[in-house]
Design a protein around this ligand. Structure first.
Ligand SMILES: Cc1cc2nc3c(=O)[nH]c(=O)nc-3n(C[C@H](O)[C@H](O)[C@H](O)COP(=O)(O)OP(=O)(O)OC[C@H]3O[C@@H](n4cnc5c(N)ncnc54)[C@H](O)[C@@H]3O)c2cc1C
Length: 446
């Protein structure tokens, strides 16, 4: 006879941990299944950036979870407030404000997307997860680490979940399941929620990051730095984010012949920024492989299974967004069990709370990407010099100054125009899906 729970939560990322804690605090018998041994260990790339209110995304307010969150720092400690729900979480890790968001061209011309303005902060993801885990344990969540959920199947009055652990395979049952197992979710796939979803790029994408110490530049702290160097990475920018202590994370991703790691090494050794990395010590390497880009699941419910967080989204919900999904997902599940329409409420909230669920999102996000994909290093230098005095997303600024490009560099203008840049300034009509398929890259807020 299979063990039976009120709710099984699959995946202990920020969405699953928050869902499990919230459901258990509401009195439900909750099982949390996670394939990792140490639930809070972060063994993959993550910028650990949290945007509080506004970040300049070329006319839009916020990337990811669009509702405001607030960081409160006082002598009593640090708390993160989710204003939409009126809930708060204690946060015991380090934090630092982000004040600048800078893009550099290959030879170092800067374009500021944010300058000298508090637009978000670094929070350590392990601490964030650790805090949620502690609350979940206190509320009585049963935890099954080192266990892989293989599939879920709707049955009468509930769901059966097949899991694989060290001792072999077994079946578990619950009245409801919350799938929080991230992108490429096994649960989403097995209950048929990927049907009708469009996969935006079929090519394998590799992402790699180095956590390093000893970066030598004034931009090491309080700045999110992107480097647009087509000759070293035609798909997207290299990113340098700040971490705690003396650490930064430098990352790259790639599609095709050269690996992300080769691109990253070349960036640190031969680019005009190599002097920043002369004396760095590698602390650890982090990676994400085969990241898929799917269109979002607009109605992430199949029978008694609700998919939340990255399991249902386009690109990423972000960490605060995942926590919000966990809270809303648990509340919706509780309502359903009480005979109310919780899933309907969740779907309505889900569709309006993330910019990546906006059908027009894909059309706008590709501007910076297009510049990278179609320009040479020298052309990026020219374009960044052209718009460097203004504040904004480089692609958007270039689109707004296309007339000048046309007068000064007709051939470049024609290339940008052909790629879709500037076709519609207000509506941002570049079709990222098409560019992605042609170039094999991945969408990003860049
Ligand atoms: C390269 C990169 C950089 C990012 N940078 C930032 C950033 O700076 N700021 C930000 O806010 N967000 C960032 N994000 C996004 C953020 O990491 C995600 O949106 C967030 O982690 C989603 O949370 P989640 O709980 O839905 O999924 P995840 O965090 O992916 O958690 C899923 C969990 O499920 C487990 N799991 C998966 N499959 C199974 C299975 N079959 N059985 C059992 N367990 C399973 C996994 O081990 C994992 O613990 C970044 C993402 C990437 C890829």
């Amino acid at each position: 006879m299979a063990k039976r729970y009120d709710v099984i939560v699959v995946g202990a990322g920020p969405a699953g941990l928050m869902a499990a804690k919230t459901a258990a605090e509401d009195g439900l018998k909750v099982l949390l299944i996670e394939r990792k041994k140490d639930l809070t260990e972060i063994n993959r790339l993550c910028g650990q950036f949290t945007n509080v209110s506004m970040i300049n995304t070329g006319g839009k307010l916020k990337y990811g979870y669009t509702k405001p969150i607030r960081l409160e720092v006082s002598t009593y400690g640090t708390r993160i407030h989710f204003e939409e729900f009126g809930i708060s979480l204690d946060y015991e890790g380090p934090w630092r404000p982000y004040l600048n968001y800078i893009y550099f061209s290959p030879s170092g011309n800067p374009v500021y997307r944010e300058k000298g303005r508090f637009f978000g902060f670094f929070t350590e993801k392990e601490s964030l997860l650790g805090g949620l885990l502690k609350l979940g344990e206190k509320a009585g969540v049963e935890i099954m680490p080192e266990t892989v959920a293989v599939s879920a199947e709707n049955i009468q009055e509930g769901v059966k979940v097949r899991v694989r652990c060290k001792s072999g395979e077994e079946s578990l049952e619950a009245r409801r399941v919350i799938a929080a197992d991230g992108t490429r979710s096994a649960i989403v796939e097995s209950v048929g929620l990927n049907e009708g979803r469009q996969q935006l790029t079929k090519r394998r994408i590799s992402l790699v990051g180095y956590v390093v110490e000893g970066v030598e530049t004034e931009y090491r702290l309080n700045s999110w730095v992107a480097f647009t160097i087509p000759s070293l990475n035609p798909h997207t920018s290299f990113i340098m984010s700040m971490l705690s202590d003396d650490r930064n994370e430098i990352s790259a991703y790639a599609v095709g012949e050269r690996s992300a790691e080769e691109n990253l090494r070349a960036f640190m050794k031969v680019s005009s920024f190599s002097s920043w990395f002369r004396r760095v010590q590698l602390v650890r390497k982090v990676a994400v492989g085969g990241a898929a880009t799917w269109t979002p699941i607009m109605e992430p419910v199949a029978g008694n299974v609700l998919a939340i967080g990255d399991a249902a989204c386009l690109i990423e919900v972000t960490n605060p967004g995942a926590i919000a999904c966990g809270y809303m997902g648990a509340k919706a599940t509780m309502k359903e069990m009480q005979g109310e329409n919780g899933y309907r409420d969740y779907i309505a909230w889900w569709q309006k709370s993330f910019d990546t669920n906006d059908p027009d999102y894909l059309k706008g996000a590709g501007r910076g990407f297009a510049i990278n994909a179609v320009c040479t290093d020298e052309e990026v230098d020219y374009l960044y010099r052209l718009v460097g005095g203004q504040i904004g997303v480089p692609g958007v600024l270039v689109a707004e100054n296309l007339e000048q490009v046309k007068n000064e560099r007709l051939e470049l203008y024609q290339k940008l125009e052909k790629a879709g840049l500037g076709r519609d300034l207000s509506g941002m009509k570049l079709d990222l899906a098409k560019v992605l398929e042609e170039k094999g890259g991945q969408g990003s807020p860049e």
